[in-house]
Design a binder for this molecule. Structure first.
Ligand SMILES: C[S@@+](CC[C@H](N)C(=O)[O-])C[C@H]1O[C@@H](n2cnc3c(N)ncnc32)[C@H](O)[C@@H]1O
Length: 323
């Protein structure tokens, strides 16, 4: 077990807005009425963090509901169009969705028509997830879409970096017992989390996939004030996406080196890499350290040929050949 205290050195340049300057700006695609531009732009850069996070999240959710005996309710921070909910709740991947929206028939639709079809599309899949989803994002259109198509039960549109939750928003946040973030720490800091934790009756599990260039120290310290112990998964990193261009690559490498993080074998290979941090009440960490709960299976999404899979049916266990 690796309890996080201060393994990333605080430097003059650990300010998230300075670090963010090395990343490309994608604000425009977060603000559209539907996710088509999101999938074409980020999909074109092999964005994959929701997919690589999903099997880890599944293991954590099984452990949490077994320990607590309650249904998992996830608050997805920076939920955007509800993509974590889509890939967790349904047998879908970021890539499957990207291909759907890349069809010229889909590209020709109005935003309203896309939402109508997406609502039917998601409703046509069995919900095999282990959680209900609530989302938080600054983008009203993204949260609106995710609610309209049924991916989120509820949503909060707010920038908690700039101001507090309203009473109505706090009531929504209070329902969560897991707080998830993929691709969002960096845009949000401990300010957002302090406000969310302040709205909750009991401390949640906080699961964050965080680009290696964003130091997690201040967040872990804030969580500790709320009685949570933070562990970082050792020996595994999670690919977020390719670099957009040489400029983004070079400035990210420079930022990492300035922070004392060696990019060799990681970002130097051309891919943004995220660490996994999980914060939980101390008794839960003692009961089962992170390394006991999470096993990372490399290559899970790479096998392209048909696979034999086990299917639990009303008639018992059966074997199916999945294309
Ligand atoms: C790279 S996207 C990640 C979306 C999603 N989590 C995923 O992995 O597909 C970053 C998201 O963070 C949101 N965001 C940026 N600043 C935020 C803030 N202060 N509070 C909440 N969300 C924010 C953006 O609107 C965008 O939807």
């Amino acid at each position: 077990m690796a309890i996080l205290n201060s393994n990333k050195t605080l430097t003059a340049n650990n300010n998230f807005s300075d670090i963010n300057a090395s990343k490309a700006n994608f604000d425009a695609i977060y603000e559209m009425a539907d996710p088509r531009a999101y999938f074409s732009t980020l999909g074109g850069l092999d964005y994959m963090i929701p997919d690589v996070a999903e099997p880890v999240l599944r293991q954590l959710l099984m452990a949490r509901s077994a320990a607590a005996g309650t249904e998992n309710v996830i608050l997805d921070v920076g939920c955007s169009y509800g993509i974590n909910a889509a890939v967790h709740r349904f047998p879908l991947s970021f890539d499957t969705l990207r291909r759907r929206y890349a069809r010229r028939e889909l590209a020709a639709l109005s935003g309203e028509e896309t939402i109508r079809l997406d609502r039917n599309y998601f409703a046509s899949w069995p919900d095999t997830g282990l959680a209900r989803y609530i989302g938080l994002d600054v983008s009203a259109p993204a949260v609106g879409y995710a609610k309209s198509v049924g991916l989120l039960d509820d949503g909060i549109v707010a920038n908690l970096e700039a101001g507090p939750l309203s009473v109505a928003q706090a009531k929504i946040a209070r329902r969560a017992n897991v707080v998830l973030a993929t691709g969002c720490v960096g845009y949000v800091t401990e300010k957002t989390y302090n406000r969310l934790l302040g709205a909750m009756d009991s401390p949640p599990w906080i699961v964050s996939f965080v680009l290696r260039m964003f130091p997690y120290d201040r967040l872990a310290a804030a969580f500790s004030d709320h009685g949570l112990v933070t562990e970082k998964l050792q020996g595994a990193t999670f690919v977020q996406r390719r670099f957009r261009d040489e400029n983004e690559f070079m400035s990210t490498i420079a930022t990492l080196e300035e922070l004392g993080i060696d990019p060799s074998g990681f970002e130097a290979e051309g891919l943004f890499q995220a660490d996994l941090y999980v914060s939980r009440p101390e008794k839960d960490v003692r009961h089962a350290p992170l390394e006991e709960i999470v096993t990372v299976t490399s290559g899970r999404n790479k096998a392209l040929g048909p696979r034999y899979v086990r299917v639990e049916t009303d008639e018992g266990t059966q074997v199916a050949l999945e294309p």
